[in-house]
Design a protein around this ligand. Sequence first.
Ligand SMILES: Cc1ncc(COP(=O)(O)O)c(C=O)c1O
Length: 393
Amino acid sequence: MTYKYDFDTLVNKDNCGSFKQAFKEKKLIPDEVVPFVGAELEFKTSPYIIESLKNKVLSGVYSYTKDDEQYRDSVKWWMKNVRKWHIDKEWICPSLGILKSLSTCINAFTEEDDGVIIQPPVFGAYKKIITRAKRKVFINKLKYNDGRYSIDFIDLENIMSKTQVKLMVVCNPQNPIAKTWSKENLEKICELAYKNDVVIYSDEILADMTSSDIHTTALASVKHGENVGIIGTSLSKAFNFSGAIHSNIIIPNKILREKYLSQRDKDYYDGMSCFMYSAVISAYNSDSLNWLKEMNKYLDENAQLIYDFFEKNIPEIRVCERNSGFLLWIDWSAWELTEQELHDFLEKAHFYVEEGSYYGNDYCKFTRMVIAMPRRYILQALNRLLTLLKKED
Ligand SMILES: Cc1ncc(COP(=O)(O)O)c(C=O)c1O
């Protein structure tokens, strides 16, 4: 397909404090190689956002900023048109990042030694944050079958019924498996949470990056979801704002919202970055939506290329099913290598991917691969992998 927007030019991350650049320097990775780590885009964000931020910079006005009608209208418009979720403007709670807001929820809704549920394989930072806050992690491991994941509802019901459990973190779409949970799944989770008085923090940071025919259902939009759900949304992933530490936490239930805000405002004065004010307004409109739709197609094509490569050349390795996001979760267990051996081998081909063990104890034979980059870097890496395989055969 031909594209109106440019996804084929690699961004330059020199001298800007980039985590990824530091990773490259530490590992002595050649300039022309792009590692598949660090969940961010390797091409520029929507040109409409760049234009708006340029104007903001040129204005010379960076004064104290707060969400207003225009800001809230933009968020409401996006939720209605992209997420198919009708929200009230007062449900929007501008906050620092998604993880900071998880901390806020932990402090607002749980006490020391209370339990918080997570569903591995899942973003490793959740466990760190929960344990650092001296709360107990309860594991509701996803069921795995031949490249596909599903929720173990019997186990979840059992865990939810424990009185110690007060909070659950849902990741939708789930990092690292790139799966958007169905409405039916979300309804079941919310029903159990409602019955057992458990609050749900639904991290929907990846929600806008879906394959073209689907959208990510907001957890608070399903039955009972309004009573239990706290929804984390952000420009971070789809629009490449991971360095901006900003989110919009959306909470329909008044009691939950007031508790959240009261905790948020204990260590934060209820303002926001003036740059994120401009960024949100220029992202959440039909122009940037057109850019996003194209980007999602580009990601689908990148993913398909990788599925085809593995199927043709290394069929014993399973690239797990994906319906969203910019991640691929790959099961290398057929090779029977330790995690170290696996990465030593892949790195010989300059094929750098995230270690599976970050997402839970049982995943050292898996890796996570970020695919939001100009396609030629993916092709080059796959070719290097194939060449190495042939050489070592
Ligand atoms: C699922 C998920 N949630 C949250 C974050 C971090 O969000 P923030 O930087 O807003 O805290 C990430 C970053 O990779 C992520 O993958």
